[in-house]
Design a protein around this ligand. Sequence first.
Ligand code: HEM
Ligand code: HEM
Length: 190
Amino acid sequence: MTLRKINAVIGLVTALLLIDHAGFYTVWMLSRGSIAKSADNMPMILACLVLVHALLSIAILVRDRRGAKIQTLESQTPKTQAPKTYPKQNIPTYIQRISGVLMLVLLGFHIAGKVTSFQPAILHAIIQPVFFAAALAHISVSVSKSMITLGIGTAKIIKIIDIVMAVICGVILVAALIGFHLCFFKGVTA
Ligand code: HEM
Ligand code: HEM
């Protein structure tokens, strides 16, 4: 459980840094690059935290999967009894895992976009919006889960956090897509 709690704290800190990064760069894109970027290396700190968190999360999933397998073998439960599944309740977990893998695959392209000024254009026209959506979808379902892992908040508070996160991430995503296409088709003024 300790590893999961450490990962929950790292996930929460990373979520705050991501909202700061995505929030700022969305306004920057909407301004077509006319507002000054802060010269600090926060984006790189964000990228490093994401990689630490991703490795920890994968380690937790592998460990849990191994644990579940051993348990099944030990309990010798007959094969015919298929375990109950709750597909509707599992949707946030599917979103969390699929968006996590997508981010891991596309993060390099995201950073390369800055270095190459989003060339080749056709590649970045597809990859950057998908990356933005994956990152924001991931945190919109994950922040409440980390509160549960850390034992913070009641069921009502968790529900409120889910709604607030969905609204914040939805607004940032729509604004980021508008800003990205503004920069893409009208160019950056800086
Ligand atoms: C900005 C990037 C990211 C942020 C802010 C973030 C944040 C979070 C948070 C807050 C949680 C909940 C922790 C909990 O349930 O206790 C979480 C869980 C998870 N994240 Fe991320 N994450 C990010 C990127 C990634 C990436 C790139 C991966 C790729 C593997 C990933 C995979 C996972 C997985 C598998 C879980 C579930 C872990 C579990 O079941 O305990 N995340 N993330
Ligand atoms: C896992 C999440 C993310 C990570 C780790 C990340 C990391 C980075 C890094 C390292 C850079 C290069 C910064 C520099 O050298 O100046 C960057 C640039 C940028 N990021 Fe992100 N980012 C993430 C998510 C997002 C999201 C969700 C958005 C938008 C909603 C976004 C928008 C931008 C923009 C517009 C740039 C600047 C490109 C330029 O200067 O031309 N990023 N990001």
